[in-house]
Design a protein around this ligand. Structure first.
Ligand code: UQ1
Length: 459
């Protein structure tokens, strides 16, 4: 993004100097005193207008764009998506890649291939939001004008916020990896598979991240792998060749008390050392440096799985639609911006006070879509988001704890009422939901606007 931003500045500079020469050229042509080879062709700033502009072709952007199309109220090019990436990734699957259960290439789709032909795609990044004039500036120097704006660019991974991390991840020989990126998730299983002895540390940072359960999902799979390989005995961790520690910036295993209690029980039963309030700040050779209550602590490691720090995109943080932390400041029920009433946001870039997951989009998208259409047609907003989100937590190969909850950390379990079960128990059926069903329903129905999560098929 930094490179893109500086390219954008260059493009904008070029555009404004080209504009100046456009004025000179007009004058010169009129008086006919300038030789033709000195004439600079005009490059006016191109602009385009759409009923709805969506920033981001991720889970939220695709789901919302297609659900808007399904309302029948939009035709060719009424809706535009801005996204610089050629690809779209099923990110919930990257944990499974880390566990050796999927290939990362199978979770990648070309972004244009997922778009209905009635949608316009701009393969550019955003440089500036101007909500006062209902426009967005792009890195290609163009301007997008909108009636309504949907800000869903996701969260940015700040690899360099942990000193030494970018270098350690890039080093093929190092045992430092992360499931949080397409480039790096392939390294995880290779590292886990060949690990036979020594101290393994799995980290989770302090601060906002997407999918807060993923840092431990990959750890539980690794533990099970090492158990099956005979190098880790959960009943006798002290006597095992492999030692496992979970170092988290949080004071607990998980943000929702019901599931946290179960995960803490598993941690203790399985002999995993808990380093709570430990926020990784540096990777230095085989030393992991943590900040703990303002003090720096060092731990030696033989294998390190890192979850990087994350935050809002710089252009979003610098904009008028952001809150103090840099996320889009929306009403937590309607998903509409608190001040700019034609600006909307859900997902990772929003400040909705819930866990950032793809499952959350299944509940957020229909609310945003209904409210946006009602606002466009001058009606009161009726749809309300209750904070639903979910975290299917792999606790071992073949078992998933399906955590589902809403605002306030209150459980909202799909199968509890229906089948009369308590989702606190990790189950095989939920593992198949996570591993087989969700990736399939996502690519074939969800991003096409036809999957409502716990509500099943819609549209
Ligand atoms: C879901 O719909 C979904 O999308 C395909 C997921 O994958 C990212 C999920 O993890 C979850 C939990 C849901 C919710 C759906 C049900 C049936 C619980």
């Amino acid at each position: 993004m930094a490179i893109l931003a500086s390219r954008a500045r260059t493009a904008l500079r070029f555009t404004s100097s080209a504009r100046r020469s456009f004025v000179l050229r007009t004058f010169a042509t009129a008086t006919n005193t300038t030789a033709p080879n000195q004439i600079t062709p005009p490059v006016p700033t191109p602009s385009h207008s759409h009923k709805v502009v969506l920033i981001g072709g991720g889970t939220a952007g695709l789901t919302i764009a297609h659900q808007l199309l399904h309302t029948g109220k939009f035709t060719q090019d009424d809706l535009a998506i801005i996204d610089p990436s050629p690809d779209h990734h099923y990110q919930p699957g990257w944990t499974l890649v880390g566990g050796g259960l999927k290939q990362r290439e199978d979770l990648r789709h070309s972004l244009p291939s997922l778009l209905d032909s009635r949608l316009k795609l701009y393969s550019s990044a955003v440089t500036k939001l101007s909500p006062g004039s209902n426009s967005v500036a792009l890195t290609d120097g163009s301007i997008s004008n909108y009636d309504h704006l949907v800000v869903v660019p996701g969260i940015r991974i700040n690899y360099d916020a942990i000193k030494g991390l970018p270098e350690a991840l890039a080093d093929r020989e190092s045992s430092v990896s992360t499931i949080y990126g397409y480039e790096t998730c392939g390294k995880v299983f290779k590292t886990l598979e060949k690990f036979q002895k020594g101290q393994a540390i799995f980290t989770q940072p302090a601060g906002v991240i997407k999918c807060a359960g993923a840092p431990q999902k990959v750890m539980w799979l690794a533990l099970d792998l090492w158990k099956r390989q005979g190098v880790y005995d959960p009943g006798n961790s002290a006597g095992s060749p492999v030692k496992i520690a979970f170092a988290t910036g949080l004071p607990v295993m998980f943000g929702v008390p019901k599931y946290s209690a179960k995960l803490e029980e598993l941690r203790q039963q399985r002999g995993v050392e808990g380093l709570f309030g430990h926020d990784l700040v540096e990777v230095n050779g085989d030393k992991a440096v943590f900040s703990n209550n303002g003090e720096k602590l060092e731990r030696r490691f033989d294998l390190l799985h890192v979850v990087p720090k994350m935050g809002p995109h710089p252009w979003l943080k610098a904009s008028e639609v952001a809150d103090a932390a840099g996320f889009v400041d929306v009403d937590q029920g309607t998903t509409r911006h608190k001040k700019f009433h034609n600006v909307w946001s859900v997902g990772d870039a929003s400040n909705l006070p819930t866990s950032k997951t793809a499952a959350a989009i299944t509940a957020q998208a229909p609310v945003l879509v209904q409210n946006l259409v009602d606002a466009m047609e001058g009606r009161e907003l009726k749809a309300e988001y209750d904070g639903y989100t979910s975290c299917p937590l792999t606790t071992e190969y073949g078992k998933v704890l399906l955590a589902e909850f809403m605002y306030g950390g209150l459980p909202k379990e799909t199968f509890g009422d229906w089948l009369g079960i308590d989702q606190i128990e990790p189950r095989r059926a939920f593992y198949h939901l996570k591993k087989d069903f969700f990736p399939w329903v996502y690519a074939n129905y969800m991003v096409k606007g036809s999957w409502g999560g716990p509500k099943g098929w819609i549209n």
